[in-house]
Design a protein around this ligand. Structure first.
Ligand code: NAP
Length: 458
């Protein structure tokens, strides 16, 4: 696929970027490998984390420009783009501040002698990233690997080449050495070839199940570690004692955030029967009156989907759900105006034999389920191929905590929509993937946790 910036608000082509050549790929791999073998990777961490501090400052200094590039390229609201730019600087600062402690040796009590675990870089990583958080996804893999001493070659989504280019520029400007981060405009088969290359030690991928399976297969074939961050169909549980005002507000925000194109967000609304009608009425009213429009305008609350294909695909998915027996309670189709706008949509009566029951809707489409008991909530929540995140709204924190413990996902949020922070681990179970990004867990995914033991017998 060509690397192109096409504005999703108008579908006007802004710029086409040429693909990198085989010679470019070779140059990137050899620079990255040479860097891994150098004192940069093997030496003290301070020289690396100082670059992350500078990077954070550079991002802050260009925040508004970066936000606008993002809006133009993938259509998220300008306020969300500003939030994304803010958090990538925070992630860089977080690892600048914390990485040394995370990677410090850990003593182990052992009868065999004095033992400890050291943390060492592994080598060059291949990362493949999606467009929905076009900077944040890159920072999630760049900052921890850079701090740990792993150079990275990156393939970004083909619809966000401007974000990919500007991220690379910032990393270089911050003083990262040659080879630390290479953005490559390449095909899927070239990604497979890179993973096979002996200089690559692992692959991290965020995106769809198909692409994740392809990358994990290639990594496994060459006995290399991979981490996968895939999709989800998170539950948003509202118990009968929940604050309905807050739950409706958070539910609408979460389902429409990034026009519904977010991996962790409210996708299946699971309502206790005692408040189901009230919640649904108010949720429907709020979804129906949301301000749809140009994502550059501050008052807009729902912008376009990322591409015409995304909009057409979502329309087909909704129709398939309705054909299989679901009720279209609200919306359901693309909006007749330039750009890839889609109506806020609500599906009810989704039965287990409906394909929609197990699918992720990557757009502003909510599914509604009504339940009678906590056991039923757990059964429904866990009757999913995915296991990314989930939300429970309740005034009874003990009950919400008990539910959270029983839901099979990588995270559960109580009385808030699911979100992210540098110190919080991010990742899923089941087909939502494996491994974690961010936090101290993220930085340890691609380091050698090496045991050293001085024997009592010595
Ligand atoms: P996608 O089609 O899988 O694309 C993601 C990336 O993979 C792009 O760079 C894409 O390149 C590349 N790609 C696709 N097929 C590939 C292959 N066979 N080999 C190598 N690279 C390949 O995903 P998407 O539809 O853009 O992203 C949305 C999905 O990502 C959703 O399911 C969402 O839930 C998930 N997601 C998960 C997280 C998380 O942290 N768990 C975060 C964000 C998104 P091209 O653009 O060139 O096709």
């Amino acid at each position: 696929m060509a690397y192109q910036t096409v504005n999703p608000t108008t579908n006007k082509l802004i710029k086409t970027y040429p693909n990198h050549t085989e010679a470019d790929i070779e140059a990137a791999l050899s620079a990255a490998h040479a860097l891994y073998k150098s004192s940069w990777a093997q030496g003290p961490i301070q020289q690396r984390v100082q670059v992350l501090e500078r990077l954070a400052d550079l991002i802050d200094a260009r925040a508004e420009e970066l936000a606008k590039i993002c809006v133009q390229e993938m259509g998220k609201l300008i306020s969300d783009a500003r939030d994304e730019v803010w958090i990538i600087a925070e992630i860089a600062r977080f690892y600048a501040r914390e990485a040394e402690g995370f990677l410090a040796p850990i003593r182990i009590e052992s009868a065999l002698g004095e033992a400890w675990i050291e943390h060492h870089p592994l080598g060059v990583m291949m990362v493949v990233e999606p467009w929905n958080f076009p900077y944040y996804q890159l920072m999630r893999v760049f900052a921890p690997n850079f701090a740990a001493g792993n150079p990275v070659v990156s393939k970004h989504a083909s619809i966000v080449p401007h974000c990919a280019t500007v991220f690379e520029e910032l990393v270089n400007e911050a003083g990262a050495p040659k080879g630390a981060w290479a953005n490559l405009f390449i095909t899927s088969s070239q990604v497979a070839d890179i993973i096979a290359d002996d200089r690559i030690v692992g692959a991290a991928m965020t995106g769809s199940e198909g692409a994740g399976a392809a990358i994990a297969t290639q990594a496994a074939k060459h006995l290399k570690k991979s981490t996968l961050e895939m999709g989800g169909n998170d539950v948003f549980v509202v118990l009968e004692d929940a604050n309905i005002d807050k739950a409706v507000e958070a539910g609408v925000f979460s389902r429409l955030h990034i026009a519904g194109q977010e991996c962790i967000c409210a996708k299946r609304f699971v309502l206790h029967e005692k408040i189901a009608d009230e919640f649904l009425n108010r949720f429907t009213e709020a979804m129906a009156k949301v301000k749809i429009g140009d994502p550059m305008e501050e008052e807009t609350k729902l912008g376009p989907l990322s591409s015409p294909e995304a909009s057409a695909g979502l329309a087909k998915q909704v129709q398939r759900a309705v054909d299989a027996g679901a009720t279209l309670h609200l919306g359901g189709k693309p909006i007749d105006r330039p750009g890839n706008f889609f109506e806020p949509t609500i599906l009810t009566n989704v039965t287990r034999d409906n394909p929609a029951y197990f699918e992720e809707f990557f757009g502003p489409v909510a599914q509604i389920y009504v339940v009678k008991s906590d056991d039923e909530i757990v059964e429904l929540a866990n009757d999913s191929h995915f296991g990314l995140a989930g939300v429970v709204y309740s005034a009874n924190i003990e009950r919400a905590r008990a539910l959270a413990s029983r839901i099979e996902t990588g995270a559960v949020w109580i009385n808030s929509f699911a979100s992210t922070a540098p110190e919080l681990p991010f990742g899923g179970v089941k087909r939502s993937g494996y491994g974690r990004e961010l936090s101290q867990l993220g930085i340890k995914e691609f380091v050698n946790q090496k045991l050293v033991l001085v024997s009592n017998a010595s």
